[in-house]
Design a protein around this ligand. Sequence first.
Ligand SMILES: *Cc1c(COP(=O)(O)O)cnc(C)c1O
Length: 467
Amino acid sequence: MKYVSTRGGVEAVEFSSVLLEGLARDGGLAMPAQMPKVNSETLESWRKLSYAELATEVLSLFITDIPKADLATLCARSYNTQAFNSPDIVPLKKLDEQIQIVGLSEGPTLAFKDMAMQFLGNIFEYVLAKQGRTLNILGATSGDTGSAAEYALRGKKGVKVFMLSPFGRMSEFQRAQMYSLQDDNIFNLSVKGVFDECQDIVKALGNDLAFKEQYHLGAVNSINFARISAQVVYYFWAWLRATQSSGETVSFTVPSGNFGNVLSGHIARQMGLPIRRLVVATNENNVLEEFFNTGIYRPRSPEQTYATSSPSMDISKASNFERFIYHFVGEDGTQVKALWQELADKGQFDLSARKAEFESQFGFVAGVSTHEDRLSTIKAEFERNGYLLDPHTADGVKVAREFVEEGIPMLVLETALPAKFTETIQEAIGQPAPVPEHLKGLKDLPQRVEIMDCDVEKVRAYMIKHI
Ligand SMILES: *Cc1c(COP(=O)(O)O)cnc(C)c1O
């Protein structure tokens, strides 16, 4: 399997290069040159597999430059009960007769990002050792991605992680999670600024090509196709758990921000998994909902991006969206390039003439959930079904109810556990979210963090000293 750019401007490369490089050189995103297909016989033969075994099967369709036996080892090392708090890794939980919750948040940081990041940590270590290279990951986080990356890469050989977080802006739980790590290869920098300023420092250093090369800078952001491919696995897993035979279809609802999670669902569907609908649920930052309902893609400015009570979905533009558009225009890089040029010139592009195809060809529909919806959904589901939803998953359940169909299981992806966002839970039900037993002592552990002025040169100097 080779990978091409969504803008058509680079030679096809192997998975390992995609893994280490991130963005393609023409500014596009890496995509498989042809989509692997899975027929119903193969699908049926996968019913009895464990999560790690299924991951090996699915990932070996995307990763052909690593021997399958080695992939099996990497998957077994990533998906086990040491890292995940459920023997199923991804349990399916019944909310009521219509909706099931897909438990993607049993990993070390209680959010679905662990699903891909745990695998990424292991495959990074493997590929770096093979190539005799080292990598220094530089990133900025407002919470979920940074902690998932640190838990995945802690103690890994050949990798160091420098993670910038905004001073005084994370929850107590998030701080405890990240700053209590004592591994020598993890460096937490708490920057006296907001998230966007942390991100600007990362961009400034990443764009300094001489610095980037000399110090082997790398990234683990959500445009990395390795993350997308690892997320495809749980769509197959959930379908296999929710059905009895290959003729059955299910629908998925996905709380969405950067379009990474639901893009993996789209890929699973393109591979032949019987998915009826992919329901995109957004919060008040409804760039994606607007696109699927009007055909107009109109990213927002940072000033027009609201800080909501489902903060991990507060995005102004959806980085992974370009990968869907690439499929939508028939894998034609020239058209993708033209659309993104239009976006740069006019601030939007318009596919409204073909908007019926979003659903008829690709199964996409979309809805919005607001702060009020989130609170009332958390409260109602807690009272009715005794199930405590996190705010992001609550957005999903709210929108899922609008698209439930008789006889077709509706699976809502649980993107985080409520303990991570206990302030909103308190507001919704008048009591805090329970902390999982194994994390009860977390906030009392000693913390290790470097507080730093919001200054590129200070961060650069710190990195040089510690690499
Ligand atoms: C990252 C995240 C999302 C959004 O996922 P995308 O892949 O960016 O669409 C939703 N919920 C939670 C809790 C997250 O951490």
